[in-house]
Design a protein around this ligand. Structure first.
Ligand code: ZN
Ligand code: ZN
Length: 267
């Protein structure tokens, strides 16, 4: 799906989130994954006339062509695991790319990226301006708020608010019983929530830093989220399995679904 087609005029007017890639852990390909997609985590947020990208997995290569020639682009990194960085090594962006990440493990944002993108692992490093992902700051008219999730090595939960709309990105996190996500995501228009696993396999996946999709649905209900997209699908999860899970999602007046690569979710 490289170079996703987009109507530039409509794009400029629409508050939306486009699922550029939502596969967890590693990219996959093949007919079993055609519907929900195989590219790893990357999301394009359009809010109050501003554009922000969340994470730089291989889905980053699905960014609309016209954005590649924008003078600047802001990319917020939830955490530096490889599936959230894979797209940056070959990202053909020509303007000023600002990457916001939280200092982790004593490494600055730039040190984290260069650990992955430097010889002998990779021949070139991304051309970017590196900035600290603070707890609260603004990007144009968007207010950014972050909180810490539950994941090996840490992860930032990210809330973007602008023009009266709010999007919450909660990837790579384990939802705990009395989840703090409910207050962080309270009354949001769209919650993107980790649901890599299901409750039936939870006993063997506990401690991996992800959540069961049933718990993501509960979290959305507790938060009063208007829409939910369950993200970060397990690399072995086929389209037919995700379709079967979808049929179990309660249809109780909410717009809840498993995220599908290429979907544009209007806010
Ligand atoms: Zn991940
Ligand atoms: Zn991770």
């Amino acid at each position: 799906m490289i170079g996703m087609e987009y109507n530039k005029e409509v794009f400029a007017l629409t508050d939306s989130v486009t699922i550029l890639g939502t596969r967890g852990s590693v990219p996959v390909s093949g007919s079993k994954y055609a519907k929900y997609g195989g590219a790893t985590s990357s999301y394009l947020v359009r809010l109050d006339g501003e554009t922000v990208v969340l994470d730089g997995g291989t889905g980053l290569l699905n960014l609309p062509d016209f954005l590649l020639s924008a003078p600047s682009l802001n990319l917020l990194l939830s955490h530096p695991h490889a599936d959230h960085l894979h797209g940056l090594g070959v990202f053909p962006f020509r303007g000023t790319l600002s990457i916001y990440a939280k200092t982790r493990g004593g490494l600055s944002p730039e040190e984290q990226l260069l650990r992955y993108y430097s010889p002998p692992l990779w021949p070139v490093s991304p051309k970017a301006v590196y900035r600290e992902l603070e707890e609260r700051f603004t990007l144009g008219s968007i207010a950014v708020e972050t909180a810490e999730g539950v994941h090996p090595g840490g992860v930032s939960l990210i809330k973007l608010s602008g023009g009266g709309k709010t999007v919450v990105y909660a990837s790579d996190t384990t939802l705990t019983g009395a989840s703090s996500l409910a207050s962080f995501a309270a009354d949001c228009d769209l919650l993107l929530c980790d649901g890599q696993f299901c409750r039936a396999e939870w006993s063997e996946k506990r401690g991996w830093g992800h959540s069961a999709w049933e718990d993501a649905a509960e979290a959305a209900r507790a938060a009063g989220a208007r829409k939910l997209r369950i993200i970060h699908h397990s690399p072995t999860r086929t389209d037919s399995e995700l379709d079967a899970f979808s049929r179990k999602l309660q249809s109780s007046g909410f717009d809840w679904a498993f995220a599908r690569e290429g979907e544009e979710v209007e806010l």
